[in-house]
Every structure is written in structure tokens, then in C-alpha cells.
Design a protein around this ligand. Structure first.
Ligand SMILES: [Zn+2]
Length: 240
């Protein structure tokens, strides 16, 4: 004979099930919390299903099924640590929350008109990373520098006067007279494109210990020192 469950049994069963689920969810949250980041779902941003994680004041988004490779994620965390802890407070990640989007090429081209040669770019307070930045074509050091470079663009967006000060100090004018030798003391040709790229390139190169900054003009070196706020040997990184 079949024993019918009464309503009370069903209710008890339901609540103990919910109880178990709640404990599991809390446990997962706790593990994620102590490991320093949390993962969450963001449904339909740009009409695409995105997942994200938070680390310091950075939020990293990726398309469901296309996450940033694990080894790359480790570099991402290291750079976010530096931007958070080693940069002068005003320009630190803590004070300038930044969203990073690691998107597939198809999505980036669908959403933005960008130069095919671009591997990363910043728009306002957001940084977009092309999938090549997750591949072996870009080594760890370059990937770290790309993150610093784009983050500096975000800082320029948040602090226009800081960019203007940099531009004035290093010698940007309507027309640069050939005689101003110091102005041309940069580490890449791209620095001479405009003040934005000059600043991003200069700060980016300072992040890797192996890069020799001696070729930089005195004004640029001074700005690098002011940005990081601690001696170079304490913030610079070596990646393999
Ligand atoms: Zn740039």
C-alpha cells in the first residue's frame, strides 16, 4: 500500500532542501571571498552573455565560454595588485575603478570600429582586450605592459588636468621645434603620436624592471616617479 506524504512532510522536505542549497551557496561564496575575488554572471550586456570577476577595484568581463586563460589571469592579478598598491593614491586603481572586457574578435569588431592592428584600447573608464592578448603571441611582460598602458588612458580620462600637466612638462606644443632635443627622448616612436600615447607608453615601460629608462627625458622620468610613488625596484616586475 502506498503511503501518501502529508503536506507537513512535503513542507519539511522542501525547507531542508533549501537549507542544504543555502549552505552550499554560502560555502562557495566564502571560498571565493577568501581567495580574493568573486565570480558572477552578467546577463546580456551588449546583448551578449558575459561573466565577470572582481579584483581590487577592477572588474574583468568575458564572454561565456571564452574566459581569459588561467596563466594570463595570474598576470592580470599581479598588475592589478601593483596598480592598486604601488601607484600614488589619487591615480591608484582603488580610486579609479576600471572595467576590463576580454572579448572575442567577432564581438569587438561588431561593437567597435577599430584599427585591425590594435590589440587593446580604452574608451572612457573601460579597457577592451582583444583575444590575441590571451594568446602566446604576446608574452607575459608585454601583456602586463598593455594593461598598464590602457589603465593610464583611463587615468587620463578621469584626470584631464593630470594629462595636461604631463603634456606641458614634457614639451608638447602646437609645433615642436626641431631643436628641442629633450622632447624626443622617448622609448618608442608611438610616444610621439600625441600626449596620451606618450604618457601611456612612458609609464608602461617603467613597469618592467628590464627596461632601461635612461633614454627618457628628465621630465618624463620625474613623472614616472610621481605616478608610482615608491622606488622603481619596489614596483617593477620581472615576468618569464
Ligand atoms: Zn594607447
Amino acid at each position: 500500500m502506498k503511503k501518501e506524504k502529508n503536506f507537513g512532510d512535503l513542507v519539511c522536505g522542501f525547507y531542508s532542501f533549501i537549507g542544504v542549497v543555502a549552505v552550499v551557496v554560502e560555502l562557495c561564496c566564502f571560498i571565493l571571498m577568501i581567495s580574493g575575488f568573486e565570480t558572477e554572471m552578467k546577463v546580456k550586456l551588449f546583448g551578449i552573455e558575459l561573466e565577470s570577476l572582481e579584483y581590487h577595484q577592477a572588474k574583468l568581463y568575458w564572454e561565456r565560454g571564452n574566459p581569459m586563460p588561467k596563466e594570463r589571469l595570474e598576470i592580470f592579478y599581479t598588475v592589478m595588485d601593483s596598480l592598486s598598491e604601488d601607484v600614488t593614491v589619487e591615480y591608484s586603481l582603488d580610486e579609479n575603478p576600471t572595467d576590463f572586457f576580454y572579448l572575442t574578435e567577432e564581438t569587438i569588431t561588431r561593437l567597435y570600429e577599430i584599427d585591425p592592428g590594435n590589440i587593446a584600447f580604452a574608451r572612457g573608464g573601460e579597457v577592451f582586450l582583444e583575444p590575441i592578448t590571451g594568446s602566446e603571441k604576446i608574452d607575459d611582460g608585454l601583456f602586463a605592459m598593455i594593461l598598464v598602458h590602457e589603465y593610464v588612458h583611463v587615468i587620463q580620462y578621469n584626470h584631464e588636468s593630470y594629462l595636461n600637466e604631463y603634456a606641458k612638462d614634457v614639451g608638447w606644443k602646437e609645433e615642436i621645434p626641431q631643436a628641442e632635443e629633450n622632447f624626443y627622448k622617448v622609448l618608442s616612436q608611438y610616444s610621439l603620436e600625441n600626449p596620451h600615447e606618450d604618457m601611456s607608453e612612458t609609464y608602461m615601460f617603467s613597469y618592467l624592471c628590464g627596461n632601461n629608462l635612461e633614454a627618457l627625458s628628465e621630465a618624463r622620468i620625474q613623472h614616472v616617479e610621481d605616478f608610482w610613488g615608491i622606488p622603481r625596484e619596489q614596483y617593477c616586475q620581472n615576468f618569464h
